[in-house]
Design a protein around this ligand. Sequence first.
Ligand code: UD1
Ligand code: CA
Length: 467
Amino acid sequence: MNPSASSPVDQQPEPALQVVILAAGKGTRMRSRLPKVLQPLAGRALLAHVLDTAHALHDARCVVVVGHGAQQVREAFAGAGQLGFCEQVPQLGTGHAVLQACPQLDDSGVVLVLYGDVPLVRTQTLQPLLDAARGGALAMLTVRLAQPAGYGRIVRDAQGRVSRIVEHKDASPAELAIDEVNSGIIAAPAAALKRWVGQLRNDNAQGEYYLTDVVALAHADGVPVHGVPAADADELLGVNDRLQLAHLERVMQRRRAEQLLRDGVTLLDPQRIDVRGELVCGQDVRIDVGCVFEGRVELADGVQVGPHCVLRDCRIGAESRIEAFSHIDGAVCAEGTRIGPYARLRPGTELARDVHVGNFTEVKNSSLGEASKANHLSYVGDATVGARVNIGAGTITCNYDGAAKHRTVIEDDAFIGSDTQLVAPVRVGQGATLGAGTTLTRDAPAGQLTVSRARQLSIAGWKRPQK
Ligand code: UD1
Ligand code: CA
């Protein structure tokens, strides 16, 4: 008896998915030293977006075909999981590129071909292609374009079945009138695709091995060819020059802004926000115009971000307010903080709840305890500041002696008068007061007033010199 026949349900796993990503092209029109697939889109390499999409497909194993700038591309993605590379030198066309990947591809399951410079395609758009390929067909993502120039055109036979793709440069005037175009993205059973790719010829206008010619080979083999129309033409946009890159950046940012709005974030103008990383927001977050978010940024419930702020790799606690033109990088702020306008928080800043950091104040590698304030024109670097400390305008921690950095410690309830310099290492005791203008070079005792300025004197009867 066949043991598998006893199983009530067919528990065969889905056949393996292998993804080939074409990324060998030069990208001449970018006019850049950076290989095209490393150009940033929303703060990350084009190829990173394509790899995200590929990895979101269940159990995909990726092979990236590199050529121009191969070493740089490999290094940029060293350590990315489930990723193989193969080199295509010289670059003789998209079919030739897939041929280079063939030795790394199993014959079982299906192969999906993605382009390293087509970064907006979504996994749900690819799903019907994979389903068709798992059913034994060759499937490609197509789109109708009002201006199809430059793209390969989908040619159908009298029955309406896809019979071949003709590249723009090889097309007849009648074929050029076809507005259904090839996105370049295809899926096919692995064994068949490997066979077809081995049969490609380069007798065409560009002398290249076109991947698109596998369509005619499949048709000749009697294998069904499915043209799967994409719902959203934007997904198939490719990057060939910086105009297109700029356009894709806007498309990507609009997508993100719309997602934030759907998630319940208020954006005063969804056209004027740039998220170049991951932005995680609580409830009732409000973001004014012109803000840039980089790396991973978390804004807790009720946070308000004023116009033209830059936030990178930071966490902002609930009900905090970041006022206009503030720059926050590598900082952690607890609930109820007030920052800016024009404040700068640098890496290693930790603000406890209800801390205020005001205009033209810079904080670096320092912690400020609950309800402490540094509201105007100060530099707080390498400092440990307790709770309820008032740091007056123009206070400077002199943390650097030209060779090493030193810490300043200010204990709870201290009051630092305006225009004070704290020459580190130095400690201000609990409840101490520093008179305005003090240059503190030794520790200030707790509870006392410490002043280091010359005593004020007035000279009666003094006359100004005459000219
Ligand atoms: C290709 C398709 C065309 C489709 C268009 C969609 C072919 C022959 N044509 O044309 O039908 O409408 O995409 O954008 O496939 N690459 C390599 N090695 C090579 C050549 C290219 O890795 O030898 C890579 C490029 O880096 C790029 C991708 O393949 O990521 C597409 O190459 P490109 O030259 O831009 O193809 P198109 O002429 O745009
Ligand atoms: Ca292209």
